[in-house]
Design a protein around this ligand. Structure first.
Ligand code: HEC
Length: 121
């Protein structure tokens, strides 16, 4: 009897382990997602933005890179829709204020928006 119970426990332990491994494997892709996103994000946004951004050599891109790459890496324009970029620019206006950056001039804003409009997702 005692032996049967022990064997039973050993058998159960085995299947529990299997289940655990199984569920870990099941969630591995979800758990790894942030790391993967980070890696691909970094891969896309290292190097010279003039080369990896669409129309990176244009004057508008130059303004975009200069004004939107001084606090963080220049975001790829394909990240957001044109409408979402408009909202994002309003948020970034606040970030500039908080950090005592001078506000964008109308000319800069126009160039940045024309660049983003042309290349948004
Ligand atoms: C004065 C500093 C500053 C400048 C200049 C600035 N940003 Fe930001 N930006 C921030 C900060 C701080 C954050 C992170 C916190 C937040 O989301 O507000 C951020 C976050 C972002 C994000 C989200 C990043 C992500 O990983 O999703 C985007 C997109 C972005 N900025 C776009 C822009 C664009 C476009 C411009 C140019 C118009 C710009 N930023 C200029 C400070 C700045």
């Amino acid at each position: 009897m005692a032996l049967a119970r022990r064997l039973d426990r050993i058998a159960n332990w085995g299947s529990e382990m299997k289940m655990k491994t199984h569920s870990i494997l099941k969630y591995a892709p979800v758990a790894l997602m942030p790391a993967l996103l980070l890696l691909t994000g970094c891969a896309l946004e290292t190097g010279n933005p003039r080369t990896y951004l669409p129309d990176g050599q244009t004057e508008a891109a130059g303004v975009y890179i200069e004004q939107c790459g001084s606090c963080h890496a220049v975001p790829h324009p394909q990240r957001l829709s044109a409408a979402a970029w408009k909202d994002m620019l309003a948020i970034m206006d606040k970030r500039r204020q908080e950090r005592d950056y001078p506000p964008l001039t109308e000319a800069q804003r126009k160039k940045i928006m024309s660049y983003l409009d042309a290349h948004a997702r």
